[in-house]
Design a binder for this molecule. Sequence first.
Ligand SMILES: [Zn+2]
Length: 213
Amino acid sequence: MRTRDTRTMAGKQHMASIVWLLEEYMPNHTTNRLIVTGQKVDVDAFVLKSRGDDGSSLSFRKFIPCSESIDAQRIAWGTKWDAYSENLDYQGESPLALLASASLDDDSEVSATYTFDTAWSEPSKVVAAMIEQHPELTFDHSYLYEDGGGGHAGRDYSTSFEDGSEEERDLYISMHGVDPWRTCCECWRENTSDPNPDYRICEDCEKDQENES
Ligand SMILES: [Zn+2]
């Protein structure tokens, strides 16, 4: 029979190092949405500038150059990693198509929408740098923390909201397309049964848990 070692000092250190590993390599994600609006020629230039050297659609490095050390990045960007799981929704144009059309006169207003994840916290310093470097563009940044709460930020405003708030619910619906107040936190299926305000779990998952215990 194996003895549980969590009561010993060595066990405690072992647990502490597991917690450290989880925090370092499996962070809570912050889901971000950044809408960049302006004249087409300016948004084109921003989209080209934002591209990472690895082909990603967004790299914080393009706004705040920084060494690849996690500590340096955390200080420079306000989050330890570059953007990941990023996606760009912008007229379906490839970078080559953008370059080809960049010389055309076009003063219509357009928007590029970036969605991406960050580790633990939103990249507030990067968005502030974008706003400072691009007075010709409008930035609308929304973010949701994995463990609840979030906020909005732009050139002249910044708001934050709590876990379980109406604002969080509205943003969650607009970013993820599901209502968090009616979504089971175990299977992530939307369920129409009367939601439990503290721990929203569907009847199927509740039955599974009762059977396990
Ligand atoms: Zn469920």
